[in-house]
Design a protein around this ligand. Structure first.
Ligand code: SF4
Length: 232
């Protein structure tokens, strides 16, 4: 399919993705999946809600150190799970969701594993994951892209901000509306590289408060910069 014929596809999108790839160096398909067990990726992303990567990782590591297997988490008292994941914040809510998800997965697959999803098509995976409590569009897309190697373009705060500054979407467009647009506009082979490069750009240069436009190698392609120049 010729993506250029897709309605609303931004004219500069290929050049922007090329520029980011040149700058940050992340390309296409991952050399390996992030986790052997997709459930690890799901729970890690659940823990990442409303916190930073460092605190998420602290909570996840403490949980894995105390309960190396998911069946052990499923059989653990909620308070113990809460104590482990406390560094990631919202421990009460996240531990409850974790236990609920584990119960549903065991009911559906007879095991504390999401490996069965590897044989499913992307639409069915998305539909199943969206039945799990507390699991939204970004988490689903992350698990699909990083843990199952399936096509999805996760949209977090950095990706959403970048798309708005590029004027690919309107200022108030929500991440869950941006995701299907990007999935229509970007070739699937560029989902992973595009996602990671935009996040690195958002963390390193195109920051929320004060984007470093002067140092940005794609500024000539950027409507935000061309409209207002570099912020003081
Ligand atoms: S020019 Fe500025 S606003 Fe545009 S992408 Fe670069 S850092 Fe972001």
């Amino acid at each position: 399919m010729d993506l250029n014929s897709v309605a609303g596809r931004p004219e500069n999108i290929d050049a922007v993705l090329d520029g980011l790839e040149k700058l940050w160096g992340n390309e296409g398909i991952p050399p390996m999946l992030a986790h052997e067990e997709p459930l690890d990726g799901l729970m890690l992303t659940l823990l990442s809600q409303n916190t930073n990567d460092k605190n998420r990782d602290k909570g996840f590591s403490a949980l894995k150190a105390r309960f190396p297997e998911w069946y052990e988490v499923a059989g653990a008292p909620k308070e113990e799970i809460e104590n482990c994941i406390r560094p990631a914040g919202l421990a009460n809510t996240k531990s409850a969701r974790m236990l609920e998800i584990l119960g549903m997965i065991h009911r559906d697959f007879g095991d504390y594993s999401l490996n069965a999803l590897r044989g499913w098509d992307a639409g069915r995976v998305k539909e199943y994951l969206s039945t799990l409590p507390g699991i939204g569009a970004k988490t689903i897309a992350c698990v699909m892209l990083f843990d199952l190697g399936q096509p999805a373009f996760p949209v977090d705060t950095h990706v959403a901000r970048f798309c708005r500054r590029m004027e690919w979407v309107e200022e108030k467009t929500m991440p869950e509306k941006i995701q299907p647009l990007l999935e229509n506009w970007v070739p699937q082979s560029r989902y992973l590289g595009g996602h990671v490069n935009i996040i690195e750009h958002g963390r390193g240069i195109c920051k929320a408060q004060k984007p470093n436009c002067t140092a940005c190698s794609i500024k000539d392609l950027c409507p935000f910069y061309n409209r207002s120049g570099a912020p003081d």
